[in-house]
Design a binder for this molecule. Sequence first.
Ligand SMILES: [Zn+2]
Length: 430
Amino acid sequence: MLRRMNAKQLQALCDDWKERMPPAEREEWLGARLAKQVNYAYRHAPAVKRIFDAAGVSPRQIRSIRDLESLPVTTKDDLVKLQHAEPPFGGFLAVPLNSLSRIYVSPGPIYDAWGEERIRAAVRGFVRMGLPKPGDVVMVSTAYHMVPAGLFMTDALDVLGCTVVPAGIGQTELQVKLLHDLRATAICSFPSFTMSILKKAEEMGYNVRRDFNLKYTTGGGERHIQVLRKIFEEQYGLVVADGYATADVGSVAWDCGLGLGYHYDDAECVIEIVDPQTGRQVKPGEVGEIVVTLFSKVYPLVRFGTGDLATYTNETCPCGRTAPRIPKIIGMIGEHIRVKGMFVHMKELDDAFAKLPEVLKYQLVLKLEGHKDQITLNVETESDVDRKALAQRINQRTQEVFKLRMDAIEFLPKGQLPQDYKKVVDTRWA
Ligand SMILES: [Zn+2]
């Protein structure tokens, strides 16, 4: 595990000069590192070798970001299949399994290999923001179970020298008490849950600015940060750190604090925005999938398709950094959705309802209400079904399979959903 770092070591994590390199120099620098990385990945990760060989590409041919176009994108769904065929890591692990510091399990299920480099990336994010600082008391209010969320944040805060309160999710009233009694300076959580804690505090008679010592919160993982950022900043006086991370690749892009998008983290990876149909890199402003090639000695994914859709800009940020930025995430492709901070694979939806024969057809409708995701389930059933009992069993089943309850269940008569209906209707991105 990474040890606590002193101020000098922390400062050495970010290279201010490199982050402000002229774009042409940056390209060249990244190209040289990429060439070394794919060569390493080819020699140490059998799955990467298979991908290159099948495409008839030699690692020597990859010398620039543009050259990556000659390789196929490995999608999240491909990764599920590859890992299933060759557990646990599908041939992508480049080190002995027991040298990993953490193995997480994301819905799919997907095994996530985490080495120290992932933690270093998260620490680097904190250092760039300047918050939290060593000596801060930080409440980590996110899941600690299987998925990276809570524990990886804790690992990074340990390195930084913070005092961590591993609060997890739920028990909002108790979270308010901890925040108050422990004089916590930061909450690391999903923005919708941070908002729930702050609202609960007000309900309990607290004035957040006056009664708490809170200065900082995080925004990762949810669309809501685009709505909530202003409220956190203006109403509560908080500094918001936002980043783009996934369980598969860790933290790979970050907001410098100006709220102008996620800067590609050149220290960690090469990011391409790619047309999902052709695998070609799109132009600035065009929509494509976020595809990541990690500079990792542990889990060297090459051209991994995250399933998230975004645009990018090449304009230098007013902060002076020259890496491209993703102004915002605008949706998802593929066979999975992210809702209430959870990643749900379409297969899991089918699995959940396959054991409920009374459900003839189902449709999930995702909405944004205020700061929260709302899930409405439309269910086609026969007319004589006991709706109350079925609703209960549906919620039991969805909680078992993907840990979510439905906010509302609408029962529809048989034949109501059209022939070409979609199983998931996501209105949150509109
Ligand atoms: Zn910036």
